[in-house]
Design a protein around this ligand. Structure first.
Ligand code: HEC
Length: 183
């Protein structure tokens, strides 16, 4: 073999190696750019984390016409007694999204809290849109607590009698988050 030929072979191999490396780097960059694969979808948004369409996207109705019965004065004026921290919010989130019985809140109120859950269609009045700041500002902590515990008679909002007081207050902290986030 002539030295020149050998030189060319090395160069060609190096070139191939570099090309493969470049392709790898580009695909990695594209992966990072596209976002992580959560639940088989490339999207980081929480809205996509609901299984099988349990979270409909959109802003929801805002402001919302609200005819919900008002809690008794002494409960209406109550403020959330729990200190808001990560654990409280996490517990509230778990109840809202998964654990609350008979039905997790997200089924009606939506994974993003926009009131457009999978069971929201056909409900009149519609589920509360917790992302709607102008409406949520008019509803006190005690009122939220009262309706979660007792439901809203004559509407789709069920009573959650088996939730402990503490659990309801955890949910209330979590609900407040929806109208503080940017969408
Ligand atoms: C089967 C559907 C459904 C489920 C499940 C559901 N909701 Fe509702 N929710 C509604 C509807 C419908 C309304 C509107 C009622 C009304 O306008 O009076 C509502 C209203 C509310 C309100 C508004 C109270 C007010 O004074 O405006 C709160 C708070 C609430 N829901 C919290 C929850 C929480 C927390 C859960 C889970 C623990 C939950 N909901 C589960 C359907 C549902």
């Amino acid at each position: 073999m002539k030295p020149t030929h050998l030189q060319f072979t090395i160069k060609k191999n190096t070139l191939y190696t570099l090309l493969i490396l470049l392709a790898f780097l580009l695909s990695t960059a594209a992966d990072i750019w596209a976002g992580s694969m959560g639940h088989g979808r490339r999207n980081n948004s929480r809205a996509f984390q609901g299984h099988h369409g349990q979270g409909f996207l959109g802003k929801g109705i805002c402001p919302q016409i609200r005819k919900t019965v008002q809690a008794p004065a002494n409960i209406f004026s109550q403020r959330n007694p729990l200190k808001k921290d990560r654990e409280v919010l996490y517990a509230g989130e778990s109840l809202f999204q998964i654990e609350a019985q008979p039905t997790a809140c997200k089924i009606c109120h939506g994974v993003t809290g926009n009131g457009l859950g999978i069971m929201a269609q056909g409900l009149n009045p519609p589920p509360r849109n917790f992302t709607c700041r102008s409406t949520m500002e008019t509803i006190s902590d005690g009122q939220l607590f009262w309706i979660i515990r007792n439901g809203s008679p004559g509407t789709g909002m069920p009573a959650f009698k088996n939730l402990k007081d503490k659990e309801i207050w955890q949910i209330v902290h979590y609900l407040r988050k929806f109208s503080k986030q940017k969408h």
